[in-house]
Design a protein around this ligand. Structure first.
Ligand code: FNR
Length: 380
């Protein structure tokens, strides 16, 4: 309504409400290497495309005369209050799109009551982001360092700074083959962006001959060694449990058997995700993986979903297929590319309004009303 009313006065929204146009507009605003770092995917891009196509495998079946003019979007995910079943996915190195980066994201998330999941590889420290987030809901995403002392130090810092849950990303123990970044010879971290948490960490600093400020190349090399390629198995999750007493979620689950193993390992939740198609090329669309996983473990732990969510209808489909909440990645980063907080705010408010309206128009008063009979399998 706000947008239409402003339109009467001749005003157009500053940031487009169309997801594809939003990406195109971010492309015009960003340096090519920064844009492609965000927009790019693994290999041929088949998984990123499959993520979007998977939403077309399902159609919503609207219901009428169900008194859905007043909706309630608020929910609680593993003890964290959220104004809607939407979280901001962990996205590293956000200062490549706007200098305020994760600080702007944390402020807007707090203002809108949406939980923000801060990446280990953020461009501002987790303490600075916590301060920007104030009393807003926040979770910490862990890239599991090879050095146990650095790992424990990060966990202790995150707990002290009020992060309410830990999201352990499993699908990125090494970086995938990403042609756009390879062709630009570009990885933000190697240029000292997205390393703030680690460079500030006392346990990490103790491993260096000279502080990162004095010998950045050596610190970057050490950083790479800290986060790349250790063989890990399910039994090692006990280590994290020992050092983190709040909810733990595993991010990157795509197979029902891995979801069952997550239950056996005693974690509190999973994020059904393929990292927005950035890791394995030619993989299953994330939404196609969701129903089997929800059926296998949906009543035993919290099932969250990401990869490809762009609209209110997408969120409704994911929730109807068994997710408790979704995470959104690229769209909010494109919002951030439009003057930081203001662009981000417009993108997220637009997504929430779309969700709210579509929920009502399909005859639902709250996300809890969604279920398998909300959808019909598409045979197109
Ligand atoms: C990511 N993602 C990610 N995930 C994570 O666990 N830690 C991280 O640091 C990052 N960094 C990151 C950077 C960029 C530029 C993107 C686009 C993504 C993955 C992210 O959390 C999420 O899984 C996907 O972005 C979801 O897919 P969509 O919404 O982008 O399609």
């Amino acid at each position: 309504n706000e947008i239409y009313l402003q339109g009467v006065g001749g005003q157009r929204p500053e940031v487009t409400t169309d997801p594809e146009a939003l990406e195109a507009s971010a492309r015009q605003r960003l340096r090519p290497e920064a844009f492609w770092y965000v927009a790019g995917a693994a290999g041929s891009g088949a998984t990123a495309r499959a993520n979007r196509e998977a939403f077309d495998h399902w159609r919503i079946v609207p219901r009428m005369l169900r008194e859905a003019t007043v909706r309630q979007l608020a929910t609680t995910v593993l003890g964290t209050r959220a104004s809607a079943p939407v979280l901001l996915a962990p996205v590293g190195a956000q200062s490549i799109v706007h200098p305020e980066g994760e600080l702007a994201t944390a402020r807007v998330a707090s203002e809108l009551g949406l939980p923000v999941v801060l990446s280990t590889h953020s461009s501002h420290t987790l303490e600075e982001v916590a301060e920007a987030n104030g009393d807003g809901p926040r979770w910490f995403q862990l890239y599991w360092p090879n050095d146990p002392e650095v790992c424990v130090s990060l966990l202790n810092r995150a707990a002290a700074a009020g992060y309410q849950a830990l999201v352990v990303t499993l699908d990125t123990w090494t970086l995938a083959w990403r042609p756009h970044d390879l062709d630009h010879g570009y990885l933000p971290f190697l240029r000292g962006t997205g390393v703030a948490n680690t460079f500030a960490d006392p346990a990490f600093r103790a491993t260096l001959a000279a502080p990162p400020e004095q010998d950045t190349p050596a610190a970057v090399l050490r950083w790479v060694a800290t986060y790349t390629g250790t063989d890990r198995g399910w039994d090692q999750l006990a280590f994290l449990r020992q050092h983190w007493d709040r909810p733990i979620l595993l991010k990157g689950i795509q197979h029902p058997d891995d979801a069952r193993r997550a239950v056996d390992a005693g974690v509190d939740g999973i994020v059904v995700s393929n990292h927005g198609g950035r890791q394995v090329d030619g993989a299953i669309g994330s939404l196609d993986a969701l129903p089997g996983i929800a059926e296998a473990v949906g009543d035993q732990l919290a099932v969250l979903f990401d990869s490809g969510v762009r609209t209110g209808a997408d969120i409704i489909k994911a929730l109807a297929l068994g997710a408790q909440a979704v995470l959104v990645g690229r769209p909010y980063v494109y919002g951030l590319a439009h003057d930081g907080e203001s662009g981000l705010r417009q993108v997220l408010r637009g997504l929430l309004a779309d969700l709210d309206i579509t929920l009502g128009l399909t005859g639902h008063r709250s996300p809890a009303d969604l279920g398998p009979d909300t959808l019909s399998r598409s045979h197109a």
